[in-house]
Design a protein around this ligand. Structure first.
Ligand code: SAM
Length: 279
């Protein structure tokens, strides 16, 4: 039974970290002409209305992307530019953002002829909205389990691979299954870039994921973690991203991006980046 709906969380601090990393990786990958196979194993519904009842109920975007948008003229890293350009494309005018793109829309923005995008989504209504959004574009939507589905699609036809693995972790076994899938996917495509998002919880469950990833054969895995300076007493207190085979220089460029938004006037968090598994 799937109950998670990303509309309640779209544009929160974790999305800023996740989509910031995704936009930077895609920008860096476009420096080479060869085609990229992109996979989004847990796609969601692609476009989120920040004025919807769901978004207004949690107001998570107010403490996330709206803060970043308000600070856009003060961001020092030029690597925020492609990210801000995507937001501008969805939001006319300079006031508050009303639309937030989900990962499929971030992927689509950077697609070129010769690249391919495959989206997996299992939730019935999310899958329906996603398929409708993608119907005009050369994008494949597969309404099936994203982890098993990814393994069936690898290795891809294109010479390069970019995969986002971003489950809702509604089921506790997701932590281990994500690590096992990553290990198997790495064997099918050792040069592929894999981004894995996970929540940092007071329960510490994310350590199961990190330990299990360390136990796979995959190498060269960067780990970016943000921790809220004013965390809730229980639940999600931060968010993490693993980046397998990051483009050269990604770590320092992404650290500069996150340092731009760490201050109390923007996202009010701390950021660490380092190797979970070295080369
Ligand atoms: N990646 C999206 C983004 O960044 O905009 C957010 C995805 S949300 C965190 C997780 C999504 O995974 C939900 O839409 C949920 O319905 C979907 N989902 C849950 N289990 C799944 C599975 N086994 N296979 C594919 N999708 C699944």
């Amino acid at each position: 039974m799937l109950s998670y709906l990303h509309a309640f969380h779209a544009g929160n601090f974790a999305d800023v970290q996740k989509h910031g990393a995704l936009a930077l990786v895609q920008t860096m990958m476009r420096a080479k002409a060869s085609g990229i196979a992109c996979f989004d194993t847990h796609a969601g519904s692609a476009i989120y209305d920040l004025r919807s009842e769901r978004a207004r109920k949690t107001r998570e975007a107010d403490h996330g992307v709206q803060r970043l948008w308000g600070a856009r003229d003060r961001l020092l890293s030029g690597d925020w530019k492609p990210f801000l350009d995507v937001l501008k494309g969805f939001n006319a005018g300079g006031g508050e953002l009303s639309v937030y793109p989900g990962s499929p829309a971030w992927f689509q923005h950077f697609l070129r002829d010769g690249d391919a995008l495959t989206l997996f989504e299992l939730h019935p209504s999310e899958g329906e909205q996603l398929a409708e959004w993608a119907s005009e574009a050369p994008i494949r939507v597969l309404r099936q389990d994203g982890l098993a589905g990814l393994l069936r699609q690898l290795p891809p036809r294109q010479p390069r691979l970019l995969t986002l693995i971003d489950p809702s972790y509604e089921v506790k076994t997701d932590y281990i299954e994500v690590a096992q899938t990553l290990g198997k996917a790495w064997h099918k495509c050792r040069h592929g870039i894999f981004l894995v998002w996970y929540p940092i919880l007071t329960s510490g469950l994310q350590e199961q994921l990190k330990d299990a990833v360390r136990g796979t054969d995959a190498r060269k895995i960067l780990c970016s973690e943000v921790h809220l300076n004013n965390p809730p007493e229980r639940g999600m207190v931060g968010s993490g991203m693993l980046v397998v085979n990051p483009p050269w220089g990604f770590d320092s460029r992404f650290a500069a991006m996150m340092s731009d938004v760490a201050g109390s006037d923007v996202l009010n968090l701390s950021h660490d980046i380092g190797w979970l598994v070295p080369e």
